[in-house]
Design a protein around this ligand. Sequence first.
Ligand code: SF4
Length: 292
Amino acid sequence: MLQQTQVATVLDYYRRWLERFPTVAALAGAPEADVLRAWEGLGYYARARNLHRAAGIIRDQYGGEFPRELEQIAALPGVGRYTAGAVFSFAYDRRAPIVDANVARVLARIIHLRIPIDTAPGQRALWAAAELLLPAENVRLYNSALMELGALVCTPRGPQCLLCPVLACCAAAPHDPERLPVKKARKPTTALTEDCAWIVHGGRLLLQQGVGSRWKGLWKLPPLPAPTPDDQEPLMHLTYPFTHYQVTLRVFPAPTPATPGEHQAWCPLDSLESVAMAAPHRRAVRQLMKEG
Ligand code: SF4
């Protein structure tokens, strides 16, 4: 849950998730729709699907016990090098490096890395440094300390070099550590419009299930069957960010189709809250339901 997401956002989800799925077996045995519903609003839904698949693998291949070898952990769906190293070192106090955003900043400064850290060569250099500096034992403590150093002392702005325990071996300290780490130039934000249809018929709303990687398995309002005239006002609109896009979601009334299209289904209005829905579409549906 914490991948790309702040602790404050995750806390409530985490508690509710553990109430709903208290064991690996409970998660592995749950229908995917329930898993997506519990995740709704956290975004990056591939994480929920991966967690679900990983629970199945742990139940079926490891007798319900979380694997204890680095290669086995790293082979679980959704687990990359950082997560595998974090579990291996924090849970089992075994020897594996970790490079998260804080550690990347500390290491980039210590080795005075002047290539962008969000490129393949930059990542290779960081992981090589992390591997090289790793002590033979007490890795749990060491990795925690490295993360804390980044969070509290070697901060993005105003690093406190004079208080830093690794000042003597830091190559960036005598220069301008704030200029590190270097990152690739960001893509400019692009405006995007997403026009959807509001079709209520016989106490049911027409929804469409996502099939692409972004919202796979989640329900959303169907796309408009035909472009609207330029002067037609939407029933509502809202904006949300998606990667480097600023998306404006507009909802228009549309005629009832003779039959639902591919991946579309009618959902009774009193069941809308129980289906897993893409967060911006949930906001739109709630607003329009409130307005009646
Ligand atoms: S000496 Fe300064 S730049 Fe180097 S690791 Fe410590 S706080 Fe960061």
